[in-house]
Ligand binder design. Structure first.
Ligand code: MRU
Length: 369
């Protein structure tokens, strides 16, 4: 997507410098910084400390991490230890496990001298597929938005609420929840987005609001507690969120606070959709309670990042010094509250039957989940 006049992806291989480059998301929206990743520590830190984040981008970054480490040392031992270190960086987004397994399966059968070119091609393929998947999600989500728009008087905007950042910054390009929004805008459908700020790390305020502004999409930033009120007043037509892991039975893990939005949507008859790329489906699980929920550091709750009037980006504490804080980073929305899953193959019910109607080749795996 565009940053100014330049088209960017969130991760790319720089041929000239022979390094992987990412947008360091910790500094957005105040500063646009691109950094290079080369060593295992670079890749692990970038994922763990959320220089990159969002389930699909976590997977893509891990894939490039394996590729770059294999270039350095293509031995079985290095491949295994790289996968092990990266696997431990973030537990909830299943795309991490998916991408690492895919890299290992592609590389293990090869002799070491063939591993770097194959690893590079595989990491690139993961990125290209992610872009194509998200664009397809955009087309299927567009149909939903179009239908709602058709029922609105006089071209009134379709009001969409989203949580966290499931935008292009969370993927390689397009985003998942945002792809239908970008598609609708391009199709000339009036849309307006309610952007949840998404405490504690404020991915909505920092990233989604920046994306919406960069692409000229009408939006308002709201505090996390405002969604229910807006739904009661008829000011939300549709909720679209992303997901970090969705079980074979349709339970959806996503950024903490998503569940409360789903409850409010259910109570108010507002459709609640989840944009779901297939690598985010965990076919081995059925019950969302089995999804590991990442517990992050207390300072993410106690402190917030922002920009001072003089332009300096800094962190301030918002509670008494050393207040004990709990920080579960994700929650699980049970399938019964999900109106539908928007996948790259179409929209389906949040259920095993729904998912298998689009992905019949996973029937055997899903039966064990
Ligand atoms: O902790 P984060 O910022 O990695 O959490 C991101 C989310 O919860 C997104 O909604 C999810 O990964 C979907 S991204 C397309």
């Amino acid at each position: 997507m565009k940053v100014g006049d330049t088209h960017y992806r969130s991760i790319w291989f720089d041929e000239e410098a022979q390094v992987v480059r990412i947008i360091d998301q910790r500094w957005l929206p105040h500063e646009f910084r691109v950094v290079a990743l080369e060593t295992l520590d670079d890749f692990a830190t970038a994922i763990r400390d959320m220089w990159v984040r969002g389930a699909p981008l976590i997977g893509a970054t891990a894939a490039w991490g394996v590729a770059m480490l294999v270039r350095e040392d293509a031995s079985d031992a290095n491949l295994a230890s790289t996968v092990e270190v990266l696997m431990a960086t973030r537990p909830t987004a299943v795309n991490l496990r998916w991408a690492l397994a895919r890299m290992r399966e592609a590389l293990e059968p090869l002799p070491p001298e063939e591993r770097w070119p194959a690893a590079r091609a595989e990491a690139q393929a993961i990125c290209e597929e992610d872009v194509a998947i998200n664009e397809a999600i955009g087309e299927h989500g567009l149909a939903l938005i179009r239908e709602i728009a058709a029922g609105k008087p006089g071209g009134a905007p379709v009001n969409i609420l989203t949580h966290c950042n499931a935008g292009w910054l969370a993927t390689v390009d397009w985003g998942t929840a945002t792809a239908p929004i970008y598609k609708a805008e391009a199709a000339g459908i009036a849309v307006h987005v309610w952007v949840d700020e998404t405490r504690p790390r404020n991915q909505g305020a920092h990233l989604t609001a920046w994306e919406m502004a960069s692409h000229g999409i009408s939006h308002h930033l709201i505090v996390d507690n405002a969604g229910g009120h807006l739904m009661q007043r008829g000011q939300v037509d549709l909720v679209i969120v992303g997901t970090d892991r969705t079980t074979a039975c349709g339970d959806v893990a996503n950024k903490i606070g998503t569940y409360l939005k789903a409850l409010a949507a259910h109570d108010n008859g507002v459709p609640f959709y989840v944009a779901l790329p297939s690598p985010t489906i965990d076919w081995t699980l059925c019950d969302g309670k089995d999804i590991p929920i990442e517990e992050r550091g207390q300072d993410e709750v106690r402190k917030v990042w922002g920009r001072l009037e003089d332009g300096a980006v800094t962190q301030v504490t918002i509670c008494p010094y050393n207040t004990p804080a709990a920080n579960p980073a994700f929650d699980v929305t049970p399938a019964k509250y999900v109106s539908g899953l928007i996948t790259e193959r179409g929209v389906c019910a949040a259920s095993r039957e729904g998912l298998l109607s689009l992905f019949p080749e996973r029937t055997r795996e899903a039966a064990n989940g």
